[in-house]
Design a protein around this ligand. Structure first.
Ligand SMILES: Nc1ncnc2c1ncn2[C@@H]1O[C@H](COP(=O)(O)OP(=O)(O)OP(=O)(O)O)[C@@H](O)[C@H]1O
Length: 238
């Protein structure tokens, strides 16, 4: 289990972005973090991945305090993270990238399986270069594929729906459900998307750096009713 306890995070200028966030990620469960733009969701994901260090509070992974660990140590220990804005890696092919993520050679069956989950055609993409010729949606799907290739215990996805088409999005929902059902992965997905919120075991609404409310998908009707308010926009357009 990955447990965040009273996480605070302050910018160098003194502005507090996260103001005491606590929750756990458990194997076999999907937690969806939602809330308004700028409320601190990506900051939270970066703190879990080890890209930022909390000002105070602790992160415990399976009984070990990993608060001071960097991104490499956390990746090795089993935390996989897909960024909101995927990056290009000049000089690497898609195959290279997936094998680096997995830390081993991947046979064609495994690669096909991963590609199928993110809605990419294996033959068309496997030897493509990870450069700017790939569209944003293609890079996004390849980035999600790297997280699947790593087969990490803790999976963090930041707005996986951003920029991907309807068919790939449906595939992705099925993938999240299948990953959940294996019972091996503890998943956190940052999303504003109703179909992702519907499959959550717990929805955690973050607003102004704090947990505003949380609950099972039973709280969804209330969140949708509040959609007209300024604090929790939920998108239904994908
Ligand atoms: N490194 C940084 N330097 C300055 N400000 C930052 C930094 N990181 C985050 N912020 C600010 O912290 C706030 C929270 O940002 P964050 O990206 O965590 O929000 P978010 O909830 O993920 O938003 P969105 O839904 O738009 O992706 C924003 O006001 C952002 O500008």
């Amino acid at each position: 289990m990955l447990t965040l306890k009273d996480i605070h995070w302050q910018l160098p200028g003194g502005e507090e972005i996260l103001k005491g966030i606590s929750f756990s990620l458990e194997p076999g469960k999907l937690k969806v973090i939602t809330g308004p733009n700028g409320s601190g969701k990506t900051s939270l994901a970066k703190i879990i991945a080890g890209l930022e260090t909390p000002t105070s509070g602790t992160i415990d992974m399976d009984g070990t305090d990993i608060t001071g660990w960097d991104i490499t140590e956390r990746a090795k220990a089993g935390i996989g993270f897909a960024f909101q804005q995927p990056v290009s890696f000049k000089g690497l092919t898609v195959r290279n990238l997936l094998e680096i993520a997995a830390g081993r050679h991947l046979d064609e069956d495994t690669l096909c399986y991963i590609f199928e989950h993110v809605g990419l055609c294996f033959g068309e993409y496997i030897d493509r270069h990870m450069d700017d010729k790939l569209s944003g949606g293609e890079r996004k799907r390849i980035e999600i594929a790297t997280v699947l290739a790593r087969d990490a215990k803790y999976l963090v996805f930041d707005e996986p729906e951003a920029g991907i088409d309807l068919w790939s999005f449906s595939n992705l929902i099925n993938t999240f459900q299948r990953l959940k059902e294996t019972g091996k992965h503890a998943m956190m997905v940052i999303s504003h998307q109703e179909r992702i919120l519907e499959i959550a075991d717990e929805i955690i609404v973050v607003a102004d750096g704090q947990v505003r409310t949380s609950g099972t998908s039973d709280i969804l009707p209330q969140l949708l009713a509040d959609e007209k308010g300024p604090w929790c926009p939920l998108r239904k357009d994908v």
